[in-house]
Write a protein that binds this ligand. Structure first.
Ligand SMILES: Nc1ncnc2c1ncn2[C@@H]1O[C@H](COP(=O)(O)OP(=O)(O)OP(=O)(O)O)[C@@H](O)[C@H]1O
Ligand SMILES: Nc1ncnc2c1ncn2[C@@H]1O[C@H](COP(=O)(O)OP(=O)(O)OP(=O)(O)O)[C@@H](O)[C@H]1O
Length: 500
C-alpha cells in the first residue's frame, strides 16, 4: 500500500519560471492492495514527481525538500533503506534506460531478486518464470545497450515484476511500446491487481487502463485538481477529458485536417524525392536490423514509420540521416547519390531518447546548440519556436531539470531551428499530453507545408491522424507496405494489425 499524506516536494535548485516549479504541493492519495490509481494531467504538472515520492527516489536521488508524509506498507518511506524500498516497490521509470543496473537483460530481471539475497537457484527459476510469463524469450541474454526502445521498456517491466513486489509504480510505461505490448501490459496490471498488488500509474494515454483503473487523480500545476472513481471518470464527455490534457485515442483529427493532396500527387506522378533509399541493409555486428529497406520521401509530406517493437524503425531513421552506415543499398538526395556524410549535413534528427541530445546549459541555448553562427535562428524565431511548443517561460532552465515531456518538446524545437530540409523524428510524441502531441503534430505539419520532407517513427495513432500523409509499415527490417492516411484510418489500422 502506498500513501501520500499532504506531501509537498520542491526540487533543490529547480526553482524557476514555468508550471509547478516546485515539484508538487499538498498531494494526498492512497493506493490500497489490489487497486490501481492513475495519476494524470498535463506535461510538467507533477506526475513523475508523485511516482518519485512513492518509490523514494525523491528525495533519495533527486534532492529536495519534502514535507508531509509518504508511507509504503504503513512504514515511513524516509526510514526505509534503499534495498527495503526496492523490495516493497517495483518501479518502471519514464525513461527505462536510466533504471538499468546491469548490462544484460537477464541480469536486469534478476537484479531485484539478487538485492533481496535470494539463493541463486531460486533467482534462476524466478527469472525463467518471469521471462516466460512476459514472453521475453527473444530478449533474454541480450546487452541492454543493444535493445530497441520498446524492448528496453519491456525488460524494465520484467525487472520490476520479477520479485512480485506488493507495490508497482509505473511512470508512462507504454511510451515506447507497440500495440501488442500495450495490450499485454494491460493484462499484467490486471493480474498484478488480482494478486493483491497496489499499482500506481502516471500516464497521458488512458485507453489501455480502462479495465484496470479504480481511481483517477488529475493534477495541474503541482496539485491535485480533481479526483474520480472509475465509473464517474469514464462517464466524462470526450471534450472534458481533452480539456484535462488526456489522450483518449480520439482520431477525429484526421477528418478535421484534410490531407494536403499536393505531396501525394507528386509522389504518384513519380516526381523526384528529397530522399530515396533503395535496398538499404544495415546490421549491428552480426545482427541484421535492416534487410533491404526502400523509402521515397517527397518535399511537403510527413511520412510515418510504423511497426512492431524491434522491427527496425529507429535503425532505418539513423541510416537515412547517415548516422548508421548501411552495408548495402543506395541512397540519394534530390535524385543525386548521397553518402552518409552528405545526408548528415542535409538532415536533422530527434532521437527516441532525447537525453542523448540535450547538451546546452539552458533551454534557450539548446535551441541553437551546434549550429554555426550563420545557421543560428534570430532570437525572435527561437522565441516563436519555444512558444509554439509550450516552452515559453522556461528559457533559463537547465534542460536536465525539465520534465520528460518538456525535454521531448525541447529536442523537437532544436531540430526545427536547424532549418534543414530533411527532418527525422523518432517517436516525438511518446509521453506527451494531448496539448503537447497536437503542438508537435501541427508544427511538423507546418514544416512540411513549407516544403520540407519529414519522416517520423511513431506508435501514436492520434499523431498519425493529425499530421501524416502516408504510413509505411516496417517489418523485419524492410518496408513491407504502405497506406495513405485518410478517413477513419482504416488503411493505417490494417497495417498495424498486420504488424502483430
Ligand atoms: N530534476 C528536477 N529538477 C528540478 N525541477 C524538476 C526536476 N524534475 C522535474 N522538475 C520540475 O517539476 C515539475 C513537475 O515535473 P514532473 O516531471 O513531475 O512532471 P510530469 O507531470 O511528470 O511531466 P511530463 O508529463 O512532461 O513527464 C516541472 O515543472 C518540472 O520542470
Ligand atoms: N545498438 C544495437 N546493437 C545491436 N542490436 C540492436 C541495437 N539497436 C537495436 N538493435 C536491434 O535491431 C533491431 C531493430 O531495432 P530498432 O531500434 O531499429 O527497432 P524499432 O523498430 O525502432 O523498435 P522500437 O519500436 O522498440 O523503438 C532490434 O532487433 C534490436 O534489438
Amino acid at each position: 500500500m502506498i500513501e501520500l499524506c499532504d506531501a509537498s516536494f520542491s526540487y533543490r535548485g529547480g526553482a524557476g519560471a514555468g508550471p509547478a516549479p516546485e515539484g508538487v504541493r499538498n498531494v494526498s492519495l492512497s493506493v490500497e492492495a489490489g487497486r490501481c490509481v492513475l495519476v494524470c494531467g498535463p506535461s510538467g504538472c507533477g506526475k513523475t514527481t508523485v511516482t518519485r515520492l512513492a518509490n523514494g527516489l525523491a528525495p533519495a536521488f533527486f534532492p529536495g525538500d519534502l514535507s508531509g508524509r509518504v508511507l509504503v506498507d504503513g512504514r515511513d518511506a524516509s526510514g526505509l533503506e534503499s534495498w527495503e524500498m526496492a523490495a516493497r516497490v517495483g518501479s518502471v521509470f519514464q525513461n527505462p534506460r536510466t533504471q538499468f543496473f546491469n548490462v544484460d537483460s537477464t541480469g536486469e530481471v534478476a537484479f531485484a531478486l539478487e538485492s533481496l539475497a535470494w539463493p541463486e537457484e531460486r533467482v534462476r527459476a524466478r527469472v525463467r518464470e518471469t521471462i516466460a510469463e512476459l514472453g521475453l524469450e527473444a530478449l533474454a541474454d541480450r546487452s541492454i545497450f543493444e535493445l530497441s526502445g520498446g524492448e528496453k521498456q519491456r525488460v524494465a517491466y520484467a525487472g520490476a515484476w520479477a520479485a512480485r513486489p506488493a507495490n508497482l509504480v509505473l511512470d508512462e510505461p507504454t511510451s515506447n511500446l507497440d500495440e501488442a505490448s500495450i495490450e499485454a501490459l494491460a493484462g499484467y496490471v490486471l493480474e498484478a491487481k488480482r494478486r493483491g498488488t497496489a499499482v500506481l500509474v502516471a500516464e497521458h494515454r488512458l485507453w489501455w487502463l480502462s479495465e484496470a483503473v479504480d481511481e483517477v487523480v488529475v493534477m495541474g500545476e503541482g496539485r491535485i485538481v480533481r479526483r474520480f472513481g472509475k465509473d464517474a471518470f469514464w462517464a466524462l464527455p470526450a471534450e472534458e477529458l481533452a480539456a484535462l490534457g488526456l489522450r483518449t485515442r480520439d482520431l477525429s483529427d484526421v477528418r478535421a485536417a484534410p490531407r494536403r493532396p499536393g505531396a501525394r500527387r507528386r509522389a504518384a506522378a513519380g516526381g523526384r524525392p528529397v530522399l530515396a533509399l533503395s535496398g538499404v541493409k544495415a546490421a549491428y555486428g552480426r545482427r541484421e536490423a535492416l534487410g533491404g529497406a526502400d523509402v521515397r520521401l517527397f518535399a511537403g509530406e510527413v511520412v510515418a514509420l510504423v511497426g512492431a517493437n524491434g522491427a527496425g524503425k529507429s535503425t532505418l531513421c539513423r541510416a537515412a540521416v547517415g548516422l548508421h552506415r548501411e552495408s548495402a543499398g543506395a541512397a540519394a538526395l534530390d535524385g543525386a547519390p548521397a553518402g552518409p556524410k552528405e545526408r548528415l549535413r542535409a538532415a536533422s534528427m530527434v532521437f527516441q531518447d532525447v537525453n542523448y541530445q540535450l547538451f546546452a546549459d539552458s533551454v534557450e541555448a539548446e535551441v541553437s546548440f551546434g549550429l554555426g553562427k550563420r545557421e543560428r535562428p534570430p532570437a525572435k524565431r527561437v522565441g516563436e519556436i519555444l512558444e509554439g511548443l509550450g516552452l515559453a517561460g522556461l528559457e533559463e532552465r537547465h534542460p536536465a531539470t525539465l520534465s520528460g515531456g518538456q525535454k521531448q518538446r525541447l529536442a523537437v524545437a532544436a531540430c526545427v531551428a536547424s532549418g534543414k530540409r530533411l527532418l527525422v523524428f523518432d517517436e516525438p510524441t511518446s509521453g506527451l499530453d494531448l496539448g503537447g502531441m497536437r503542438a508537435v503534430a501541427d508544427l511538423v505539419r507546418r514544416l512540411a507545408d513549407e516544403g520540407r520532407a519529414v519522416l517520423v517513427v511513431t506508435h501514436d495513432l492520434e499523431f498519425v491522424a493529425r499530421a501524416c500523409d502516408r504510413a509505411l509499415l516496417v517489418e523485419k527490417g524492410r518496408v513491407a507496405r504502405e497506406a495513405v492516411v485518410e478517413g477513419d484510418l482504416a488503411g493505417v489500422r490494417a497495417l498495424l494489425a498486420e504488424a502483430r
